[in-house]
Design a protein around this ligand. Structure first.
Ligand code: AGP
Length: 615
């Protein structure tokens, strides 16, 4: 997804913008550009493709100046070409704009501008903004007043930043809706702007977060905020961000994804920290979860809304909450929920599950639930994200930044926090005896050790990946609480390796999927020794009867499976309800190594973005 950076201060802006853009690469992009201002001149450099292309352009044609903005673009309106890359400039080349999001009414705004003689050089929705600014600046307005005149005319989701030769040393940044973040980083005699705190951490931990409808006026010595609606001065005090910039680097791993897979034992320990009261044995969440016992006891229904991997975690959440707390749950794909006139029951809870907290479809589904009277709870990784701000209650995953587009450690943390939440509800509703709750909790505290054991098997998984990396299709089968594991294993494989992979509830095979099976189809069967083990063995036999190749994910010590599988991946035994957090780990490694063996860009798979902030 697009990224924004900006700098104003005594230093040369260009290298700072380039390093900020590098930090935002993980969001996914297909072109990039910078604009730098000095002595009433504006220099713009842009390039299609990866940042290395832009680096080559600026190496050949450097741009000097102490104020600048930079952008990585993920194409929505207009192809990913140099012409469509941001920044866009007005007809005089004096003002530049960068933009994340979509301006929905750009066609209506563009027609009169063209009629008035403006020349457009791109296919983007963004370019209208800079021509509108040009008209306002021509009337002698300052950049901030020009922005205040233009921004209310824009419809849609947008985070924007502008510089102009008319206002040297000034960056004006704005957030016109709740999608797409804008953060101001406060330095000493210099200030920064970014869409994401990752780009700021190397410079400052003092940050102000813009709300939807805010304008920031940023100069080297001052930062002011105004309301776009009425121009009134507003306060957005700086907060100290505790995130460690070092943690955002690869720490010796070939890819962020591999690093994040190996961080899972630590991430799970972190997410468990302080969440069980040692005196009472009860699950507790911090003050961000405000629901009281009476509400929990009366809770009639829960609806999960989420996308992709977070949707798979939500399916597991449903299983856990229904089993332990006996509350009926539905799980909805957020992009479906938002448009289908959903029924919200009186007093019900809508739970959003989202790593980034910025996924447009999830935010819209939350809004829909809220509008119809539901209480909102979010499980989210990114502090200060939009989802966390609009929710009544929040559970933070505390896994640290997840850089790889493919979600791994956030997924296992989601499962663990949903497991804790199911126990939290069960303890307050009296649906699980104390002894059973204590046992379930003891097991989750042992999970990091079990994941460590699975990670030690990486060489075997790599060898397995190298045996199957040329397959054209994969089928992942699971049942019960590990049906979502099959979906997630298939999603990880397809998004990274570009191999077609399908996850299926094993009981559904005879209703259609069996037709796919032949000797060229590797079938990953999650066959742990749990309540559906025997059923899974029958499904495996169906596969083998049709010459399919079975790669079984089995429990340590299971001898019977040897007779049924071509390949066996083993994981330690754990309780069935927790097993999805363990079973997914070898599937993450399998997908990673297959994709790496195929030479793919593992951290930034083609056509995908980390935070999907547009529909
Ligand atoms: C995960 O590997 C995917 N890249 C994707 O499905 C992701 O989980 C989805 O876009 C939801 O993102 P969120 O958790 O940030 O809301």
């Amino acid at each position: 997804m697009c990224g924004i950076v900006g700098y104003t201060g005594p230093r040369q802006a260009l290298p700072l913008l380039m390093s900020g853009l590098r930090r935002l690469e993980y969001r996914g992009y297909d072109s990039a550009g910078v604009a730098v201002e000095r002595d009433h001149t504006l220099e713009v450099r842009r390039a299609e493709g990866k940042l290395d292309n832009l680096a080559a352009v600026v190496a050949q044609r450097p741009a000097a100046g102490d104020t600048g903005i930079g952008h990585t673009r993920w194409a929505t309106h207009g192809r990913p070409t140099e012409q469509n890359a941001h920044p866009h400039v007005d007809c005089t080349g004096a003002t530049a704009v960068i933009h994340n999001g979509i301006i929905e009414n750009f066609q209506a705004l563009k027609a009169p501008l063209i009629a008035a003689g403006h020349t457009f050089t791109s296919e983007t929705d963004t370019e209208v903004v800079v021509h509108l600014l040009e008209d306002e600046l021509k009337q002698g307005k300052s950049l901030e007043d020009a922005a205040l005149a233009v921004l209310p005319r824009l419809e849609g989701a947008a985070a924007l930043a502008f510089i102009s030769t008319s206002d040297p040393g000034t960056i004006v940044a704005a957030r016109i809706s709740n999608a797409g973040g804008v953060i101001v980083g406060h330095g000493k005699g210099e200030n920064f702007v970014a869409s994401d705190m990752t780009a700021l951490l190397e410079h400052t931990r003092q940050m102000s977060f813009l709300e939807g409808g805010d304008l920031a006026i940023v100069t080297p010595d001052a930062v002011r905020f105004r309301s776009i609606a009425d121009g009134a001065t507003i306060e957005r005090p700086a907060r100290t961000v505790a995130m460690d910039a070092i943690a955002a680097a690869k720490s010796g791993y070939k890819h962020f994804m591999l690093k994040e897979i190996f961080e899972q034992p630590r991430a799970i320990s972190d997410t468990l920290l302080g969440r069980v009261d040692r005196g009472t044995g009860r699950v507790i969440f911090d003050e961000d979860l405000k629901m009281d016992e009476a509400y929990v006891k009366a809770l009639p229904r829960i609806t999960f809304v989420a996308c992709g991997t977070a949707y798979h975690a939500s399916l597991i959440g449903k299983y856990l909450i229904e089993r332990l707390a006996r509350i009926p749950c539905d799980v909805e794909i957020a992009s479906e929920y938002r448009y289908r006139d959903p029924v919200v029951s009186k007093g019900q809870l809508v739970i959003a599950v989202t790593q980034s907290g910025e996924t447009a479809d999830t935010l819209a589904a939350m809004q829909e639930g809220k509008r119809r009277g539901a209480r909102l709870l979010t499980f989210v990784n990114v502090l200060g994200s939009e989802a966390s701000r609009v929710s009544d209650d929040v559970v933070y995953l505390h896994t640290g930044p997840e850089i790889s587009v493919a979600s791994t450690k956030a997924y296992t943390a989601m499962i663990v926090d949903l497991y804790l939440f199911a126990i939290y509800l069960a303890q307050r509703r009296g649906t699980v005896p104390d002894a059973e709750a204590a046992k379930l909790l003891a097991e989750v505290f042992h999970l990091p050790t079990l994941i460590d054991a699975v990670l030690r098997e990486e060489p075997k998984l790599k060898a397995l990946a190298y045996r199957y990396h040329t397959a054209s299709n994969f089928l992942h089968l699971g049942r019960g609480v590990n049906y979502p594991t099959a979906l997630e294993g298939a999603l990880k494989l397809k998004e990274l390796s570009y191999i077609h992979a399908e996850g299926t509830a094993a009981g559904e095979m005879k209703h259609g999927t069996n037709a796919l099976i032949d000797s060229s189809l590797p079938v990953v069967a999650i066959a742990l020794q749990d309540s559906v083990y025997k059923k899974m063995l029958s499904n495996i036999q169906e596969v083998r009867a049709r010459a399919g190749v079975v790669i079984a994910l089995a429990t340590d010590g299971d001898e019977e499976i040897v007779r049924h599988a071509d390949e066996i991946i083993r994981i330690p035994a754990t309780n069935e309800l927790l097993s999805p957090a363990l079973a997914v780990v070898p599937l993450q490694l399998l997908a990673y190594h297959i994709a790496d063996r195929r030479g793919n860009d593992v951290d930034q798979p083609r056509n995908l973005a980390k935070a999907v902030t547009v529909e």
